[in-house]
Design a protein around this ligand. Sequence first.
Ligand SMILES: [Zn+2]
Length: 268
Amino acid sequence: MTIRAVFLGALAMAACRGTAEHGPEPPAEGRFVAHYGRASPEFEEFRAGLVANRFLDTIAIRLNDSLRIPRDITLETAHCPEPNASYDRETRRVTLCYELFRELSEKFAREVGGEYLVSGTLVFALMHELGHALIDGLELPTVGREEDAVDQLATILLLNQGPTGDSLAFGAVGWFALNAARNPLDDMAFADHHGLDQQRVYNIICWIYGRDPDRYPEVVKEGWLPDHRAEGCQAEYLRLARSWDRLLAPHRPGVRAPPAPPPPVGSG
Ligand SMILES: [Zn+2]
């Protein structure tokens, strides 16, 4: 296998919008920490590229600049039993598996547009798991499926990066579309806590389109997104972006925790 560091240097990931606003900050108790786990010889070149390009460090720095968290959350690359990405609530570790990179790069890196499919899927997966970590670590409410909520956050974070981020989001769409085409549905797919791959395709395209319908009108013209969904995408994206902004606002640097509410008064 030839490991190609396809997404090195492609990202300057602004992990979340919003920075310090006013007032002295109370000390943050937790930090986002970058960690590059040991890699077997076949992944050493890939790992060295990540380290040299400060891939996880850059994300962690941006996160530390934009969010206060009560306890450390580690962003790591590591070997895993399966090609995957995950968040572990016990250890508060977001893990991007070297095996996921291998699977993606072996399948797609040589195809036209494959580099964005590989890098977009990897970064989307990392941001998706970061969403789980934030919901857990910040005890954020979710009304609806958590898997859908963190797909929203991953997409928002990518789209906030400009054209490169848009391409990465389209890359993630390509991954879900390929999965949808290759894996026939069985009944158990409907019981999964994730949306169906084809639903994730339409969701992410809807949000890319909805963020600025003038930017990618071809997604509707060429039939990637049906009209009846497209017409609501701008409002849908605005609503979910504002919702995530409100959820994260109390955790921005410079924002003090609100005073505890008074004890309830008896109704007499
Ligand atoms: Zn998930």
